[in-house]
Ligand binder design. Structure first.
Ligand SMILES: Nc1ncnc2c1ncn2[C@@H]1O[C@H](COP(=O)(O)OP(=O)(O)OP(=O)(O)O)[C@@H](O)[C@H]1O
Ligand SMILES: [Mg+2]
Length: 243
Protein backbone atom coordinates (compact mmCIF):
# COMPACT_ATOMS: atom_id res chain seq x y z
CA UNK A 1 0.00 0.00 0.00
CA UNK A 2 1.13 3.56 -0.69
CA UNK A 3 2.32 4.88 2.67
CA UNK A 4 1.69 8.55 2.20
CA UNK A 5 -1.61 9.50 0.67
CA UNK A 6 -2.41 13.20 1.04
CA UNK A 7 -4.69 12.42 3.96
CA UNK A 8 -1.87 10.63 5.74
CA UNK A 9 0.62 13.44 5.19
CA UNK A 10 -1.90 15.65 6.89
CA UNK A 11 -3.49 18.92 5.96
CA UNK A 12 -2.01 20.46 9.12
CA UNK A 13 1.58 19.99 7.93
CA UNK A 14 0.72 21.33 4.50
CA UNK A 15 -0.93 24.37 6.10
CA UNK A 16 2.14 24.97 8.26
CA UNK A 17 4.55 24.75 5.30
CA UNK A 18 2.37 27.04 3.17
CA UNK A 19 1.90 29.61 5.93
CA UNK A 20 5.62 29.78 6.68
CA UNK A 21 6.61 29.96 3.05
CA UNK A 22 4.11 32.79 2.55
CA UNK A 23 6.18 34.76 5.06
CA UNK A 24 3.88 34.61 8.11
CA UNK A 25 6.32 35.14 10.96
CA UNK A 26 4.18 34.36 14.04
CA UNK A 27 2.64 30.88 14.18
CA UNK A 28 1.16 28.90 17.07
CA UNK A 29 1.22 25.10 16.76
CA UNK A 30 -1.02 23.26 19.21
CA UNK A 31 -2.43 19.80 19.83
CA UNK A 32 -1.54 16.41 21.28
CA UNK A 33 1.99 15.54 22.43
CA UNK A 34 4.67 13.90 20.33
CA UNK A 35 3.49 14.92 16.85
CA UNK A 36 6.59 16.95 15.96
CA UNK A 37 5.54 20.52 16.77
CA UNK A 38 8.84 21.44 18.41
CA UNK A 39 10.86 19.62 15.77
CA UNK A 40 9.04 21.49 13.00
CA UNK A 41 9.38 24.81 14.80
CA UNK A 42 13.14 24.27 15.14
CA UNK A 43 13.80 22.99 11.64
CA UNK A 44 11.20 24.01 9.07
CA UNK A 45 11.18 27.22 7.12
CA UNK A 46 13.88 29.05 8.98
CA UNK A 47 17.18 30.13 7.57
CA UNK A 48 20.50 28.39 7.92
CA UNK A 49 21.30 29.37 11.51
CA UNK A 50 20.15 27.28 14.47
CA UNK A 51 16.85 28.29 15.97
CA UNK A 52 16.82 29.59 19.54
CA UNK A 53 14.55 27.74 21.98
CA UNK A 54 12.77 28.72 25.17
CA UNK A 55 10.69 26.35 27.27
CA UNK A 56 8.11 28.13 29.44
CA UNK A 57 7.66 27.08 33.05
CA UNK A 58 6.25 28.94 36.04
CA UNK A 59 9.88 29.67 37.00
CA UNK A 60 10.98 31.17 33.69
CA UNK A 61 12.59 34.55 34.27
CA UNK A 62 13.00 37.63 32.11
CA UNK A 63 16.76 37.04 32.30
CA UNK A 64 16.38 33.69 30.60
CA UNK A 65 14.56 35.38 27.70
CA UNK A 66 16.46 38.61 27.01
CA UNK A 67 19.70 38.09 28.94
CA UNK A 68 21.36 38.39 32.28
CA UNK A 69 24.51 39.57 34.06
CA UNK A 70 26.86 36.73 34.98
CA UNK A 71 29.91 36.82 37.26
CA UNK A 72 33.15 36.41 35.33
CA UNK A 73 35.05 35.00 38.32
CA UNK A 74 37.37 38.00 38.53
CA UNK A 75 35.06 40.11 40.63
CA UNK A 76 33.33 41.61 37.60
CA UNK A 77 30.18 40.84 35.66
CA UNK A 78 29.53 40.39 31.97
CA UNK A 79 26.30 40.54 30.05
CA UNK A 80 24.99 37.29 28.49
CA UNK A 81 22.43 37.83 25.80
CA UNK A 82 19.32 35.64 26.04
CA UNK A 83 17.82 33.50 23.26
CA UNK A 84 15.14 36.00 22.23
CA UNK A 85 17.63 38.80 21.57
CA UNK A 86 20.03 36.38 19.90
CA UNK A 87 17.20 35.32 17.58
CA UNK A 88 16.41 38.97 16.81
CA UNK A 89 20.02 39.43 15.68
CA UNK A 90 20.82 36.03 14.12
CA UNK A 91 21.95 35.73 10.50
CA UNK A 92 24.06 38.83 10.64
CA UNK A 93 21.18 41.01 11.83
CA UNK A 94 18.50 39.70 9.47
CA UNK A 95 16.86 37.83 12.32
CA UNK A 96 16.41 34.10 12.94
CA UNK A 97 13.86 31.76 14.49
CA UNK A 98 12.71 31.77 18.11
CA UNK A 99 10.81 28.70 19.34
CA UNK A 100 8.71 29.13 22.49
CA UNK A 101 7.52 25.78 23.84
CA UNK A 102 4.74 25.09 26.37
CA UNK A 103 3.57 28.65 25.96
CA UNK A 104 0.41 28.16 28.05
CA UNK A 105 2.70 28.09 31.12
CA UNK A 106 4.11 31.58 30.62
CA UNK A 107 3.20 33.90 33.46
CA UNK A 108 4.28 36.96 35.42
CA UNK A 109 7.37 38.89 34.34
CA UNK A 110 8.33 36.26 31.80
CA UNK A 111 4.97 36.69 30.08
CA UNK A 112 5.42 40.48 29.92
CA UNK A 113 8.86 39.96 28.40
CA UNK A 114 7.50 37.45 25.89
CA UNK A 115 4.85 39.99 24.89
CA UNK A 116 7.63 42.51 24.28
CA UNK A 117 9.90 40.24 22.25
CA UNK A 118 7.10 38.82 20.09
CA UNK A 119 5.53 42.20 19.40
CA UNK A 120 5.25 43.46 15.82
CA UNK A 121 8.47 44.46 14.07
CA UNK A 122 7.45 48.11 14.29
CA UNK A 123 6.88 48.06 18.06
CA UNK A 124 9.49 45.63 19.37
CA UNK A 125 12.48 47.39 20.90
CA UNK A 126 14.82 46.43 23.72
CA UNK A 127 17.65 48.30 25.40
CA UNK A 128 20.91 46.49 26.02
CA UNK A 129 21.81 47.28 29.66
CA UNK A 130 25.52 46.82 28.97
CA UNK A 131 25.97 49.51 26.33
CA UNK A 132 22.60 51.28 26.33
CA UNK A 133 21.99 50.48 22.65
CA UNK A 134 18.48 49.99 21.38
CA UNK A 135 17.93 46.74 19.51
CA UNK A 136 15.04 45.78 17.19
CA UNK A 137 14.28 42.43 15.57
CA UNK A 138 15.74 41.85 12.12
CA UNK A 139 13.28 41.67 9.20
CA UNK A 140 13.43 37.87 8.97
CA UNK A 141 12.86 37.24 12.67
CA UNK A 142 10.12 34.63 13.22
CA UNK A 143 8.53 33.04 16.26
CA UNK A 144 6.82 29.66 16.48
CA UNK A 145 5.04 28.91 19.75
CA UNK A 146 3.90 25.40 20.72
CA UNK A 147 1.48 24.06 23.30
CA UNK A 148 -0.51 20.94 24.14
CA UNK A 149 -3.62 22.84 25.18
CA UNK A 150 -6.67 22.20 23.01
CA UNK A 151 -8.56 25.27 24.14
CA UNK A 152 -6.69 28.34 22.94
CA UNK A 153 -8.46 30.39 25.61
CA UNK A 154 -5.83 28.91 27.95
CA UNK A 155 -3.16 31.02 26.21
CA UNK A 156 -2.78 34.51 27.69
CA UNK A 157 -4.94 36.65 25.35
CA UNK A 158 -2.34 39.34 24.63
CA UNK A 159 0.17 36.68 23.60
CA UNK A 160 -2.44 34.82 21.56
CA UNK A 161 -3.28 38.05 19.79
CA UNK A 162 0.27 38.38 18.47
CA UNK A 163 -0.13 35.04 16.67
CA UNK A 164 -2.80 35.43 14.03
CA UNK A 165 -2.22 31.92 12.70
CA UNK A 166 -2.84 28.93 14.96
CA UNK A 167 -2.64 25.43 13.46
CA UNK A 168 -3.78 22.30 15.26
CA UNK A 169 -1.22 19.58 14.55
CA UNK A 170 -3.23 16.37 14.74
CA UNK A 171 -0.76 13.79 13.41
CA UNK A 172 2.96 13.09 13.18
CA UNK A 173 4.92 14.43 10.26
CA UNK A 174 5.72 11.75 7.68
CA UNK A 175 9.48 12.25 8.20
CA UNK A 176 8.95 11.34 11.86
CA UNK A 177 7.05 8.18 10.88
CA UNK A 178 9.82 7.21 8.52
CA UNK A 179 12.26 6.99 11.40
CA UNK A 180 10.30 3.93 12.54
CA UNK A 181 10.79 0.44 11.13
CA UNK A 182 8.40 0.03 8.25
CA UNK A 183 6.16 -2.54 9.95
CA UNK A 184 5.32 -0.07 12.74
CA UNK A 185 4.43 2.97 10.68
CA UNK A 186 0.83 2.17 9.98
CA UNK A 187 -0.02 1.31 13.60
CA UNK A 188 1.93 4.34 14.85
CA UNK A 189 -0.02 6.69 12.59
CA UNK A 190 -3.39 5.12 13.42
CA UNK A 191 -2.68 5.20 17.16
CA UNK A 192 -1.36 8.72 17.20
CA UNK A 193 -4.44 10.14 15.46
CA UNK A 194 -6.86 8.21 17.69
CA UNK A 195 -8.86 10.36 20.09
CA UNK A 196 -9.02 10.04 23.85
CA UNK A 197 -7.57 7.15 25.83
CA UNK A 198 -6.98 5.07 22.69
CA UNK A 199 -4.31 7.49 21.57
CA UNK A 200 -0.64 6.43 21.71
CA UNK A 201 2.18 8.89 21.14
CA UNK A 202 4.74 8.42 18.40
CA UNK A 203 7.39 8.51 21.14
CA UNK A 204 6.10 5.22 22.54
CA UNK A 205 6.54 3.59 19.12
CA UNK A 206 10.13 4.86 18.90
CA UNK A 207 10.79 3.25 22.27
CA UNK A 208 9.03 0.01 21.26
CA UNK A 209 11.04 -0.16 18.04
CA UNK A 210 14.24 0.02 20.06
CA UNK A 211 13.25 -2.19 22.98
CA UNK A 212 11.85 -5.05 20.91
CA UNK A 213 15.32 -5.63 19.45
CA UNK A 214 16.55 -6.57 22.91
CA UNK A 215 13.48 -8.00 24.61
CA UNK A 216 11.32 -9.27 21.78
CA UNK A 217 7.98 -7.75 20.75
CA UNK A 218 5.74 -9.26 23.45
CA UNK A 219 7.70 -8.08 26.43
CA UNK A 220 8.60 -4.74 24.85
CA UNK A 221 4.90 -4.11 24.10
CA UNK A 222 3.87 -4.96 27.65
CA UNK A 223 6.49 -2.66 29.15
CA UNK A 224 5.80 0.25 26.83
CA UNK A 225 2.08 0.11 26.10
CA UNK A 226 1.00 -1.55 29.36
CA UNK A 227 -0.82 -4.81 29.96
CA UNK A 228 -4.13 -3.37 28.73
CA UNK A 229 -2.89 -2.09 25.39
CA UNK A 230 -0.04 -4.43 24.47
CA UNK A 231 -2.23 -7.13 22.92
CA UNK A 232 -4.18 -4.73 20.72
CA UNK A 233 -0.98 -3.13 19.41
CA UNK A 234 0.57 -6.54 18.69
CA UNK A 235 -2.67 -7.66 16.97
CA UNK A 236 -2.62 -4.59 14.77
CA UNK A 237 0.98 -5.38 13.78
CA UNK A 238 0.13 -9.02 13.06
CA UNK A 239 -2.85 -8.07 10.88
CA UNK A 240 -0.71 -5.56 9.06
CA UNK A 241 1.99 -8.17 8.43
CA UNK A 242 -0.62 -10.52 6.87
CA UNK A 243 -1.84 -7.77 4.57
N1 LIG B 1 9.85 15.79 10.93
C1 LIG B 1 10.53 15.03 11.79
N2 LIG B 1 11.64 14.39 11.41
C2 LIG B 1 12.33 13.62 12.27
N3 LIG B 1 11.97 13.41 13.56
C3 LIG B 1 10.89 14.03 14.01
C4 LIG B 1 10.10 14.86 13.15
N4 LIG B 1 9.04 15.31 13.87
C5 LIG B 1 9.18 14.79 15.08
N5 LIG B 1 10.27 14.02 15.19
C6 LIG B 1 10.69 13.29 16.39
O1 LIG B 1 9.50 12.88 17.08
C7 LIG B 1 9.61 13.11 18.49
C8 LIG B 1 8.52 14.04 18.97
O2 LIG B 1 8.67 15.30 18.33
P1 LIG B 1 8.48 16.69 19.10
O3 LIG B 1 9.25 16.71 20.36
O4 LIG B 1 8.75 17.77 18.12
O5 LIG B 1 6.91 16.62 19.43
P2 LIG B 1 5.97 17.74 20.03
O6 LIG B 1 4.75 17.78 19.17
O7 LIG B 1 6.72 19.00 20.24
O8 LIG B 1 5.58 17.08 21.42
P3 LIG B 1 5.13 17.81 22.80
O9 LIG B 1 3.80 18.40 22.51
O10 LIG B 1 5.08 16.69 23.77
O11 LIG B 1 6.18 18.84 23.11
C9 LIG B 1 11.02 13.64 18.71
O12 LIG B 1 11.85 12.56 19.05
C10 LIG B 1 11.41 14.22 17.37
O13 LIG B 1 12.81 14.21 17.17
MG1 LIG C 1 7.25 20.05 22.01
Amino acid sequence: MQMHSDAQIGQCWKDFADVVSAGISRVLLYGPPGTGKTYAALHFGSSSSMAERLVCTEDLTTGEITGTWMPTGEGSWSWHEGPAIRAWKDNGGLGGRLVVDEVDRASGDALSTLLAVTDSMESARWRNPENGEWVSPGPEFSVIMTTNVEDLAAIPPALRDRFAVAIRIDRPHRDALELLSEDLRHAALASSIAEGPRRLSLRSFYAFDQLRLRLGPDRAARIIFGDDRAESVLDALRIRALE
